[in-house]
Design a protein around this ligand. Structure first.
Ligand code: FES
Length: 151
């Protein structure tokens, strides 16, 4: 590779990094580079999947222990903004009980990230909706199991 090409690639990468930092702030930028909690959990207690109006899909995986979320993860085929939101929302969910999870709204996720592109705010609402769906499915399964136990 020529030095010119390397310099070009490096300056392009720096430009993308600068723009991303500007869009998400430092904390969001770090998540964008290293999206913590991304991936499938091996044996989730519950898994929810929602496709947003934008056509992108968010999936959330949760395990519970003593009525609190023990592990949480997400995957998405969406944009960088949805990755940042998925990472923060799952982090916010870990260790929480159902009441506290209900408080993880799109607004709460945006507040936690701090800075976020206005035009992508719907990504935060998609991840919050998916998290709430996971909670709903968890309780539905729980109720079904109790019913089955009673016969
Ligand atoms: Fe669709 Fe971000 S989730 S644009």
């Amino acid at each position: 590779m020529s030095d010119d090409f390397d310099t070009f690639v490096e300056s392009l990468q720096n430009q993308i990094f600068d723009e991303t930092k500007e869009a998400f702030g430092e904390a969001g930028f770090q998540r964008w580079r290293k999206p913590l909690y991304r991936g499938r959990l091996k044996n989730p207690d519950v898994h929810a999947r929602i496709t947003g109006k934008c056509g992108d899909t968010m999936e959330i995986f949760l395990t519970f222990e003593n009525d609190r979320i023990k592990e949480a993860s997400y995957i998405t085929d969406g944009c960088g903004s949805s990755t940042v939101c998925g990472s923060f929302a799952t982090e916010m969910a870990i260790g929480k009980n159902p009441d506290e999870i209900s408080a993880i709204t799109g607004e709460a996720v945006l507040k936690r990230i701090g800075r976020f592109p206005k035009e992508d705010e719907h990504c935060a609402f998609l991840v919050a909706e998916t998290l709430q769906e996971a909670l709903k499915l968890y309780f539905e399964n729980y109720a079904k199991n109790i019913k089955n136990m009673k016969g």
